[in-house]
Design a protein around this ligand. Sequence first.
Ligand code: PEP
Length: 249
Amino acid sequence: MRKKIVAGNWKMNTLVFEGESLAAQVVAKSNEVSGVSLVLAPPFTHLSSVAAGLKTSSVALSAQNCATEDSGAYTGEVSAAMLASVGVQYCILGHSERREYYGETDETLNKKLAVCFKNNLIPIFCVGEKLDERESNRHFEVVKAQLENTLCKLSESDYEKVVVAYEPVWAIGTGKTASPEQAQEMHAFIRKTLAAKFGDKAEATPILYGGSCKPSNAKDIFSKNDVDGGLIGGASLVADDFIAIAKSF
Ligand code: PEP
């Protein structure tokens, strides 16, 4: 059975004391969830103290990004080694907001994948098409290129560690969700594309759905065969909603 994961991407929200409290609320309710790994991705400034709060729980910690380089004169950047040193286990890479606002390219992402593996961070690698790409029926082509230029270039041993998140850009923070059928169709396509390179190993890859996922729609989306969990933005800022989503399996 594939690993089920529900990860909360807090983005640039909460002050440190609010983040500590949110994490504590998730930890307090995490025993209501079984068979699903919970992951929290707070901002960089919160990682150390949230790590301390998660220590005795099964809730894992993720960063939202990392630097391409190992160390050195890169003002404002945070390296994968620094993240690992405070207890971070996962790192979101290639989120559409990073691609769109910070110019992340496949080349940037390949460097970030490499530093994550070097520091034993599990990448949660985001792919997804924009609205005009879906409307012009290019969504499969776009996602295929995103995968072939990055994950498909990994060694098998690195690939085995990857978590993929399908996040249609038109569904992120918009309140519009992909229908369960649209999600399943793309998740199956992602798995097929990865299987063309990695064979049976793609069967074990968790593929999460992200995009306006909430307690009211999670059950239908998660009921689909190739949907192995969710990357949750807005709804992850409310502990009850985040836990309710994780209980939707
Ligand atoms: C995200 O940004 O990863 C996301 C899925 O956001 P939201 O759930 O708010 O659409």
